[in-house]
Design a binder for this molecule. Sequence first.
Ligand code: NAD
Ligand code: DAU
Length: 367
Amino acid sequence: MTFNSSSVPTSADRAPRRLIITGGAGFIGSNFVHYWCQKYPSDRVVVLDALTYAGNLNNLAALENHPSFRFVKGDICDRATVDALLRDESIDTIVHFAAESHVDRSILGPAAFVHTNVVGTFTLLEAFRQHWQSHGQPSYYRFHHISTDEVYGSLGPDDPGFSETTPYMPNSPYSASKAGSDHLVRAYHHTYGLPTLMTNCSNNYGPYHFPEKLIPLMCINILMGKPLPVYGDGQNIRDWLYVGDHCSAVDTVIHRGTPGETYNIGGNNEVKNIDLVHMLCDLMDELAPELPVRPARKLITFVKDRPGHDRRYAIDATKIRTELGWTPAETVAGGLRRTVEWYLANRDWWQPLLSEEYQAYYRQVYA
Ligand code: NAD
Ligand code: DAU
């Protein structure tokens, strides 16, 4: 994997950090762990992940023998586990990815979203606050909270992209739970001076993306000759961010961001869902000679809309670009090609994820 790292320091420019990365066995978290261990090999990296349906140790298999990497199976809501790790590993930095992340699942069952995303974030903040205070409130400690553009609600066709001052207006149980966690992070900085950072990013895509999400779902269904379920009229817009670009943005914010601040991260790649699905179909036609149905566009099926489906997301990334010097490196055409190639080359990774449990979920959403 290659990453856009032009705007961040090298390992030699800084003292080693000791990090907990929550949710490091999930999609973005595992990409970030690979990025970080490659870039900062002297840092201690402890992944704390409960291995829910979305967590996958295979994502981290290549790091098994990395001398400064450790995996801990545990729940961010379990205060005793978090306290012990902070103490025993002398942690100075938390990068918090762990969450229930899928909007459709939040509509089917919101309770887990409130628990993990709100109570879990609170548990980490409270444990980290006490740890930081007991060490004399070092200024270099960081609590980096990973959030989403979905907290801002939905845009009209001519609205400017979400900026850091856009009012919160979450529409799904998922985005409401992320908004709740964001408010707690903000309050911990405002009240206690905890050195927090927050990033709100747009839709990620790339390697290790769980099959339930739009891009891997379409790739896998095309390979299996199954219908491609496009919600509603397919005109909803998302701003696609290659996951490697997201990793370099978080790196930039950890090293250059001002504590207490929020930075929005976008891919500068707004695409209508139906256009994205067309691009995936055409890439599959080109790259996968053995497709059961071709052209793959024949599989497109418009299905009932997601309840409360946000129409458009777009990010105004002026702040991170002008204040911290970060811009995304990947175009949607280039990133989608890399992603399709990865799913074609890594069938052993995704095939086991299509479990009976996953099929039951699929039948419920696409009934
Ligand atoms: P994911 O669902 O792929 O991974 C989530 C990870 O968190 C999994 O490994 C899971 O096992 C772990 N986890 C869940 N509950 C846990 C708990 N209670 N304790 C410990 N670990 C737990 O998610 P993702 O897509 O990689 O998203 C990561 C973060 O980025 C989330 O906070 C999400 O809200 C945010 N985000 C994602 C996107 C996106 O496009 N995927 C965009 C914006 C923001
Ligand atoms: O915007 C950031 C968010 O992006 C993150 O906070 C979430 O964690 C992440 O899951 C993602 O949310 P979305 O709901 O935008 O992603 P998803 O891949 O589920 O859907 C992308 C778009 O595609 C959305 O408009 C719904 C549509 N869709 C999705 C699926 C799964 C379909 O049309 N058909 C589908 O089968």
